[in-house]
Design a protein around this ligand. Structure first.
Ligand SMILES: [Fe+2]
Ligand SMILES: [Fe+2]
Length: 452
């Protein structure tokens, strides 16, 4: 690898172009990895939402830069033989230990500002005719950095000063010279430290969090607040949990293909947006987020899986599949009630859910080595595990949408059996209380809630 002498004022070579983009790719990849690890351990809801969007924006930036790297004779799947310099790698490794939200927000802001300056330095040094594709890459990356700034600004701690740990890390970033500083040719790859998987996600202290099997405790919504209670329940127990679960798959399994991580990050972005849309509707209907108790039963179910195949099956295919049903049923019920705004909101959320189930069906096949029998056997085994923990759904199974998402007819039939079993279980427990399919009751909003 060669590095041009900046003092010579020469335009950069192909090798130096690749090295510079490689360092920028590394910076985005590391920000992506740390963001995934921080999502469940940031207590603030708006922090989870901001980081959820950030995760996908960083992933898009990685894709854009890797595409340019492939055009500079580097492998399309990564940075090839590019290595960060040791001080910058140390900065990213030490950032893993940050706990305080203000520290994390400050470091992410400085981290992305440093990448922005590395892109501008690149543009100053390259010949815009020889290297025109890099201009397009730079435009894409700078646009994504603008979006990242906006998302970070929406998170309260982003405006606060960091504490001692954050300040010392910002000093380390500055002393290291940032990701624009050249690496060392022939240097061994520097090991990437990553966040450890977490057992239980954090919630902000003003929320009332109940165990899923006790939800909603003694709370009973008044008839006039039923809709905003249901939307509040879905926003916290479904969307926020889905943000955390999908990002945690990335943390638990760092060696899964990049494309799978990118698909999961896209889903995290969707789920964060779903939370925002539902919160907005709760507010429009006169409520406040935090008005009602919540639980994280979807996270608890996710932890019954241990491999990527099982986790994708539980979350993306089973839970998201019943969530897809719920969105269609909710939209129809809202439309019948004359609430066209909420109906359309669920139409859009439901459209996203088809994509989430498709992520599950696609990657399950990948991790099962294309063996459809194995996919079905894991599917059945995961259903059995979930049902041993009171999993259920009362939402009518939507065959058309599920097939569109890549599920097989056998999987659809298995989902239908779960709904029938849930209805029978509810009737046995409370004769005459079957209720209308689609209403959020203890049976469907406790551990049995399956809408993502
Ligand atoms: Fe979803
Ligand atoms: Fe969702």
């Amino acid at each position: 690898m060669t590095t041009a002498d900046p003092a010579a004022g020469e335009r950069i070579s192909v090798d130096e172009a690749a090295e510079r983009w490689g360092r920028i790719a590394y910076a985005f990849e590391r920000a992506f990895e740390l963001t995934a690890g921080w999502i469940p351990t940031v207590p603030e809801t708006l922090g989870k939402v901001a980081l959820g969007h950030l995760l996908y924006l960083d992933a898009l930036a990685v894709d854009a830069v890797r595409d340019r790297l492939a055009g500079l004779m580097r492998p399309p799947e990564g940075g090839g033989d590019e290595h960060p310099h040791a001080a910058y790698a140390a900065f990213t490794n030490e950032a893993v230990d940050l706990r305080d939200s203000a520290d994390r927000a400050a470091v992410l802001r400085a981290w992305h500002a440093d990448i922005r300056s590395a892109v501008h330095t690149y543009l100053d040094r390259t010949d815009h005719g020889w290297d025109e594709p890099s201009l397009r890459t730079a435009r894409t990356v700078l646009g994504l950095l603008d979006d990242i700034d906006t998302r970070l600004a929406s998170w309260g701690p982003a405006a606060k000063s960091p504490g001692a740990a954050g300040t010392s890390l910002l000093g380390l970033l500055e002393r290291s010279g940032g990701c624009a500083r050249p690496g060392t040719a022939g240097q061994d790859a520097i090991e990437r430290r990553r966040s450890a998987p977490v057992r239980t996600p954090l919630r902000q202290p003003d929320l009332t969090v109940l165990p899923a099997d006790e939800f909603p405790g003694g709370f009973r919504p008044e008839p006039g607040e039923l809709m905003r209670y249901q939307l509040h329940t879905i926003a916290f127990t479904v969307e926020i949990c889905a943000v955390e679960v999908c990002s945690q798959v990335i943390v638990r399994h760092p060696d899964i293909p990049w494309e799978c991580k990118r698909d999961l990050a896209r889903q995290v972005d969707d789920e964060a947006r779903h939370f925002e849309l539902l919160a907005r509707r709760v507010t429009e209907l006169g409520g406040l987020m935090g008005d009602y108790p919540i639980h994280h039963g979807i996270w608890d179910y996710f932890t019954l899986g241990t491999t990527p195949l099982e986790e994708l099956c539980i979350q993306q295919v089973i839970q998201e599949g019943h969530g897809l049903d719920a969105d269609v049923v909710f939209a129809d019920l809202c439309r019948k009630d004359g609430d066209r705004v909420t109906a359309r909101l669920f139409d859009f959320i439901g459209a996203d859910e088809v994509g989430h189930v498709r992520i599950g069906t696609t990657w399950m096949r990948h991790f099962a080595g294309g063996d459809d029998d194995r996919v079905l056997s894991v599917f059945e085994d995961c259903y059995r595990r979930l049902e041993e923990h009171a999993f259920g759904s009362r939402f009518v199974v939507q065959e058309k949408e599920r097939l569109l998402a890549g599920m097989t007819r056998a999987q659809v039939a298995r989902a239908r059996q779960t709904v029938l079993d849930t209805m029978a279980r509810t009737l046995r427990k409370t004769p005459g209380a079957g209720g209308a399919p689609g209403t959020v009751t203890r049976a469907t909003s406790g551990p049995g809630l399956a809408a993502c």
